[in-house]
Ligand binder design. Structure first.
Ligand code: TPP
Length: 660
């Protein structure tokens, strides 16, 4: 039997509307509207192998409009991915179902990224396309030549992040990136004319993108546009004029089909209109077979690819997989040890941002997988080193990206680079502007990606730039994100150790907060052991019967040691603990924690920022010293004094507290 094109797309439409109806929540309109575009893409163009969702050279498909998740789940089921069965589709939006409300990244499932916050997927796709170019340059275009396809909605393109990501993609001439714009002119509040009158063609042209327009329900037009886009020397946006809720007699073209079940009555009208007599979740065998055939082609595609690379070099595949995709960190430990010993001998005073630069410079000699960058603050974040080679549109044989002033885009792009596999992205800005990329950081954590955020100028210690640039609540906000390690190293030794932990954290992103101002070398003894690994360690004790425990992070460790001296002059003994990473400390055993923070002593925490996350360490007594106001513009020592963060003031506060 000859299966017609619209029977294939109807399968997506009905799985989507029936699953949404069964869950009694979800978004049917978008999958109904984009079913034709998706069918053309999967049937004729996308190179994928459901039997091996991890095939390195597969085309990436990103559903940036994550609310239309049923479109993706239907496609994965129909083409034969093991990750999604018909039973899973019936459990759409239920606890522990792979078919979550919005797509949630899980390696090896065909779900390439977590989407839902609009615009993020588009940013991820730019990162994937950059990663592909880097690999292509390393291994040749007959080895790596995949494309990245995206479905983006009106909402995706309204979000500011889409501007940042598309602008950089145009600048880098990422011709491996093809975006389908679901131009249905409907969003939640109604017609998009309520809020937007952008000229998308001109917008794309100004970014350096190709712009094509098609009827999103016309098989030939869509396919022709994809072929044309594939030959472009720029990224392409294909504006697909579609009807949201296509096939629904009363709800198509209307916002009412966007985000709620159509209802049984309307669904039976859609069945009539689209001539679909099958029951919910039943796909006629011949249609399912046709879809499976589309999926099955992937195995051949992958085999042919394997043959090509085998001919080129029989060892290439294993090198690709072992050395790159699985990220070789074997040499890292030795390297960090060597660097630590070097600095123990010289004991340099350096700003921790400079310590980080030194760490990066040595790590990149061994790890070509590290892809750095900064949102236009390279010199300030110290992310660029003598080993940095700039990536540009003419040359992807590099390891450093000038992201421009695009923090949000940078975060989403780094997530995409990490998702592609085989590369470890790090990117910098000022800690204050972590707020500008917070949604992407949250997604790094939610997806469990090894992305390293380098945030310098981490306190009032930046001085004269004043309260707009002095972070106060930023560390607290970041520490509130689950599965994110927030490091604040105190000297070069800790900075090296924090970098080592970040690189070894395969499923957890890291923030490394760094100082603008110099700090002394503090590490009391050289050890192979990574002292930051447990989150905190004792730096100096004046007597084993100390009655004060000073707990500090980053630049305030120096202050804590000065306070300790002053206390000693007054016959008060104390212990100074460095806490470079709260998250790691909080995971340690009760015994370890009690050994570090002795309940019998007066616990004083010290960090030039919000005290929010320090409360938990002082129990009933003790002092949380920090700043819960906006900063001040002045030379930094004066700002510290203004906020009572000096050894004299802190010492007398502690003395007063001990007398209480
Ligand atoms: C960052 C972000 N803001 C808001 C939302 C909530 N939201 C989900 S879909 C949507 C807009 C829907 O319009 P469109 O993107 O055109 O999708 P369509 O109606 O075509 O399915 C909004 C505001 C979101 N998911 N992400």
């Amino acid at each position: 039997m000859n299966i017609k094109f619209n029977q294939l797309s109807s399968a997506i439409r009905f799985l989507s509307i029936d699953a949404v109806q069964k869950a009694n929540s979800g978004h049917p309109g978008m999958p109904m509207g984009m079913a034709d575009v998706a069918t053309v893409l999967f049937k004729y163009h996308l190179r994928f192998n459901p039997k091996n969702p991890n095939w390195i050279n597969r085309d990436r498909f990103v559903l940036s409009a994550g609310h239309g998740s049923m479109l993706l789940y239907s496609l994965l089921y129909l083409t034969g991915y093991k990750s999604i069965s018909i039973e899973d589709l019936k459990k759409f939006r239920q606890l522990n179902s792979i078919c979550a409300g919005h797509p949630e990244y899980k390696k090896g499932t065909g779900i390439e990224t977590t989407t839902g916050p609009l615009g993020q997927g588009l940013g991820n796709a730019v990162g994937m396309a950059i990663a592909e170019e880097i690999f292509k340059k390393k291994f040749g275009s007959n080895v790596i030549n995949n494309k990245t396809y995206v479905i983006a909605s009106d909402g995706d393109l309204m979000e500011g992040i889409s501007h940042e990501a598309m602008s950089l993609a145009g600048h880098l001439k990422l011709n491996n990136l093809i975006v389908f714009f679901d131009n249905n002119k409907i969003s939640i509040d109604g017609p998009t004319s309520l809020s937007v009158s952008d000229n998308y063609k001109k917008r794309c042209e100004s970014y350096g993108w190709s712009f094509l327009e098609v009827n999103g329900h016309n098989e030939k037009q869509i396919s022709k546009a994809i072929s044309k886009a594939s030959k472009s020397n720029k990224p392409t946006l294909i504006s697909c004029k579609t009807i949201i809720g296509f096939g629904s007699p009363n709800k198509s073209g209307k916002a009412s089909s966007h985000g709620s079940p159509l209802g049984d009555e309307e669904i039976s009208l859609v069945r009539k209109k689209l001539k679909w007599s099958s029951k919910p979740f039943e796909i006629p065998e011949e249609i399912l077979d046709e879809w499976k055939k589309i999926g099955d082609k992937g195995e051949q595609l992958e085999k042919a690819w394997e043959n090509t690379i085998h001919k080129k070099n029989p060892k290439l595949k294993s090198e690709l997989e072992e050395k790159y995709i699985n990220c070789d960190l074997k040499t890292l430990e030795k390297l960090i040890e060597k660097e630590k010993t070097k600095y123990f001998e010289t004991k340099p005073s350096m700003a921790t941002r400079q310590c980080s630069m030194a760490a990066i410079e040595s790590i990149t000699t061994k790890l070509p997988l590290l892809i750095g960058g900064s949102a236009d603050l390279s010199g300030s974040n110290n992310t660029k080193t003598n080993n940095s080679k700039i990536i540009n549109s003419k040359n992807f044989n590099g390891n450093y990206i000038h992201y421009g002033v695009r923090e949000h885009g940078m975060g989403a792009i780094m997530n995409g680079v990490a998702l592609y596999g085989g590369l470890i992205p790090y990117g910098g800005t000022f800690l204050i502007f972590s707020d500008y990329c917070k949604p992407s950081i949250r997604l790094s954590a939610l997806m469990g990606l090894r992305v390293i955020y380098i945030f310098s100028h981490d306190s009032i210690g930046l001085g004269e730039d004043g309260p707009t640039h002095q972070p106060i609540e930023q560390l607290a906000g970041l520490r509130a994100i689950p599965n994110l390690n927030v490091f604040r190293p105190a000297d070069v030794n800790e900075t090296l150790e924090c970098w080592e932990i970040a690189l070894k954290s395969h499923n957890t992103p890291s923030v490394i907060a760094l100082s603008r101002q110099k700090v002394p070398y503090i590490n009391p003894q050289n050890s192979k052991k990574n002292k930051c690994e447990n989150g905190a360690y004792t730096v100096h004790i004046t007597s084993h019967e100390s009655n004060v425990t000073l707990l500090a992070s980053g630049t305030e460790l120096e202050l804590a040691l000065k306070v300790q001296e002053k206390l000693k002059e007054n016959n008060i003994h104390s212990k100074v603990v460095s806490m470079p990473c709260m998250e790691l400390f909080d995971k340690q055993s009760k015994e370890f924690k009690e050994d570090i923070i002795e309940e019998s002593s007066l616990v004083v925490t010290l960090e030039a920022g919000s005290i929010t996350h320090w409360h938990k360490y002082i129990k009933n007594k003790g002092l949380n010293l920090g700043i819960d106001k906006f900063g001040e513009s002045a030379p930094y020592k004066e700002v510290y004094d203004h906020f009572n963060l000096t050894e004299e003031k802190i010492t007398s506060l502690i003395q007063k507290k001990l007398r209480e």
